[in-house]
Structures are given as structure tokens and as C-alpha cells.
Design a protein around this ligand. Structure first.
Ligand code: THG
Length: 374
């Protein structure tokens, strides 16, 4: 099928503060993320991927909106909405957390940033976290303020990212530890700079704190990256699947709990603070969860692009799960993916089959991550 449908642009879906720059730098595809247009590719998915893996890339990820939590009960509130123990998170640190409903269902998987005592940002994936938080805060009478501040992240990812960052802010960029951040000004533009990012490469995230200055910040970074062959790009499905990072909406939803998607390490049932999903998650843990998120390699069949959708996985003609995201990895020269299985680990066979466009392909279960080079 050669016909490529387009997304129509309008005023109902929001534009990022970097939108003009991304158009100017040749963005060819967009998706919608938290009701904001977000780039998906420039040259091609594979060309953009090679720029990420070999050099350095700059991504507009402003769609990863911030939910700000401030006030006397802010820490208590964050503890309440996540099963992870956040009491050890220090000012200047990030933490990857799951937000979970009363029944244990995953509402979102944000990066938490602790800006000050009782002051946090949740850097969210694509779901309505602000509304969910407002509902909980008013029904449970938390003394907090909840907002979506004028904060928009850019992501600078790739092996040359430390050199580009050093060019812009000086040598401290190199010393910044993974999942730590600093407030800073880049030529009078207020930003928060974190060592983080949704790729298998080294990287930084630069949170712009004044939306008017988006295009200015974009150009400063592109200029600083010129000598390192910087290219505009966007979150790479290939890289994130290679390193086993999940995408909310594809690999998990409110219908899965943390154990279903093999993220039990983000649950601490013994944490001191009270949390909404405690009873449900304790029961699920006690009964023994029956689902699992695994890596798969699809043998034989090679996809040139993304697989169309969640594909059923079979053992002896019985559906035992589904693929949740698959790509062809140019580095591994294999079709790899993530899959959600409805079977217990001890029943797990080595070989499964996937039905792709009515053709049966053999597949095997693999250890995650497929690649680790950070
Ligand atoms: N950066 C920022 N916000 C985000 C994302 C991001 N919001 C949406 C989405 N991505 C959230 N999802 C993830 C998933 C994985 C990671 C970060 C955000 C991640 N994982 C590391 C890993 O798996 O190796 C570390 C996890 C850990 O320390 O426990 O970085 O990318 N701002």
C-alpha cells in the first residue's frame, strides 16, 4: 500500500514551542501525544535511527507534558498515586515511576522530578494524568496545587550528546549523573537539564521553562551540535525496543498492572506511605500473576516498517498473548519486539508463532534488553 494518509493540522490539537523549528528542519511525520503534535521522523525511521546511534540527535518531545504538584501534601500525594517508594528521592533527582489505579491498573509511566521539598513534576506519557490527579486530590482532600506549567522538554540523544552539551553549558554536563538534573540558563533561556532519555544511547533532556523561546533554544542546540553531525530526529521505536523500554498505550494500558508488564521492580508493597493501589497489588502478588511482558524475535519474516497492530501469538493454535510493538533492528539484523503473554512462566515454551497478515511466522522468546550500550 503506497498511499500515505496524513494528519490534518488545526487549532484544536496543540503545537509545541518547537513546532516551527521542526517544520523548518524537515519533519515529515507527526503523531499526537497529550493533545499536541509530536514529530515521528525526518529523513526516514532508519536514517534517523543511524544518526541517533552513530552521532547525536535532537528531538521535540514537548508532548511529554509536565504535571506540577506543589503544596504541603505534595510528597504525600505523589506517594499515594505510585506504588514505588519515593521517600529516598532527593531534590535534583529523577525517578521512573508507575501511576496506578485502585485496582492496580497502570494510568501512566512518567519520570518524576523532585524540584524542591513538596514540589514535583511528573513528566508524563500519553494519558490524562492531570485530570486523574485532580479527581484524587479533591476527593481525598490533599492540600496541593496541580497545574500543567509552561515547561516543554527537548531530548538530545546519541554518543556525541555529552560533547554537544559541554559546548553549550561547559564541563559540568559531563559530570551530571544519570537521572539527576540541574536548573540552568542557556543564554538567558530558563531550562532544567537532566541526564535522561528514552533511547539506548547517552543523552540529556532539556526542559524549556518559557514557551516563547522554543525556536531560539532549538537553534542554539543545533548550532552547538553542528561539528558533531547533529540531526533532527524523534523518539526512535527501534532504539527503545532494542533496549526494552515500554511505551504507554502500546505495551501497557490501564488494563495491565505492573506485574503484567514485568515492572514489579517499580512496586514496593512494604513502603511506609499509604498508596491507592496497595490492597489490589498485594492480592495480585499473593495470588501469583499470570501474565508477562517478554522480548520476542520473529524468525524469517522481515518487516520493512512497523507491524500494523497488536498481533496474536499462538501455541498449538491457541492464542496465548499478543505482540505489543515490533520493529526491524538494523543493528541486530533481526525483527524484534515486545509481547504480552497470558501464560505462566513455567508453561512458557521456547517457540511460539505469530500470525502476520494471515501468514504464520515462527518466533522465540528473548531476554530483555536486546541491546545495552549506554
Ligand atoms: N523523558 C521524559 N518524560 C517522559 C519520557 C522520557 N515521559 C513519557 C515517557 N518517556 C515515560 N517512559 C519512560 C520509560 C523509561 C524511561 C524513561 C521514561 C527510562 N528508563 C530507564 C531504563 O529502563 O533503563 C531507567 C529506569 C530506571 O531508572 O528505573 O529512562 O523519556 N522527560
Amino acid at each position: 500500500m503506497n498511499f500515505k494518509p496524513e494528519i490534518s493540522f488545526g487549532t484544536r490539537i496543540r503545537k509545541s514551542p518547537f513546532f516551527e523549528s521542526t517544520m523548518k528542519w524537515g519533519c515529515k511525520g507527526f503523531t499526537v501525544y497529550n493533545k499536541m503534535y509530536m514529530p515521528t521522523y525526518y529523513k526516514s525511521f532508519v536514517d534517523d535511527y543511524w544518526s541517533l546511534v552513530k552521532d547525536v540527535t535532537l528531538w521535540d518531545v514537548a508532548g511529554e507534558r509536565q504535571v506540577e504538584i506543589k503544596g504541603n501534601d505534595a510528597e504525600k500525594f505523589v506517594e499515594y498515586i505510585t506504588p514505588r517508594d519515593i521517600s529516598e528521592c532527593k531534590v535534583g533527582q529523577c525517578m521512573y515511576v508507575l501511576l496506578t489505579e485502585k485496582d492496580g491498573g497502570i494510568v501512566n509511566d512518567p519520570v518524576l522530578l523532585k524540584l524542591a521539598q513538596n514540589h514535583y513534576w511528573l513528566s508524563i506519557a500519553d494519558s490524562d494524568v492531570l485530570l486523574w490527579c485532580k479527581g484524587i486530590a479533591s476527593s481525598k482532600h490533599f492540600e496541593i496545587e496541580l497545574n500543567e506549567p509552561d515547561v516543554s522538554p527537548l531530548s538530545l540523544q546519541g554518543p556525541q550528546a555529552p560533547n554537544v552539551m559541554e559546548n553549550i553549558v561547559g564541563s559540568w554536563a559531563r559530570e551530571l549523573k544519570f537521572f539527576h538534573f540541574k536548573n540552568y540558563h542557556i543564554q538567558d533561556i530558563p531550562v532544567v537539564i537532566a541526564r535522561s532519555g528514552w533511547s539506548g544511547e547517552k543523552g540529556y533532556e532539556i526542559y524549556l521553562c518559557d514557551g516563547k523561546l522554543g525556536n531560539e533554544l532549538w537553534e542554539i542546540i543545533m548550532k552547538a551540535g553542528e561539528e558533531f553531525n547533529i540531526a533532527p530526529a524523534s523518539p526512535s521505536q527501534i532504539s527503545r525496543i532494542e533496549c526494552g523500554m515500554l511505551s504507554y498505550g502500546s505495551d501497557m494500558s490501564i488494563k495491565e498492572n505492573p506485574y503484567d508488564v514485568s515492572l514489579g521492580r517499580l512496586v514496593n508493597l512494604n513502603k511506609k506511605a499509604d498508596f491507592l493501589s496497595r490492597t489490589a497489588l498485594m492480592e495480585i502478588k499473593q495470588q501469583g500473576n499470570t501474565r508477562e511482558l517478554v522480548g520476542i524475535e520473529i524468525l524469517g519474516e522481515i518487516f520493512s516498517d512497523y507491524t500494523p497492530d497488536h498481533l496474536p501469538i499462538y501455541i498449538d493454535e491457541k492464542i496465548v498473548g499478543k505482540t505489543t510493538s515490533c520493529v526491524f533492528s538494523p543493528q541486530l539484523n533481526k525483527t524484534i519486539g515486545l509481547a504480552l503473554l497470558n501464560i505462566k512462566r513455567n508453561l512458557k515454551p521456547k517457540t511460539i508463532t505469530v500470525n502476520i497478515n494471515n501468514k504464520v511466522a515462527e518466533a522465540k522468546i528473548c531476554k530483555l534488553p536486546f541491546l545495552r550500550n549506554k
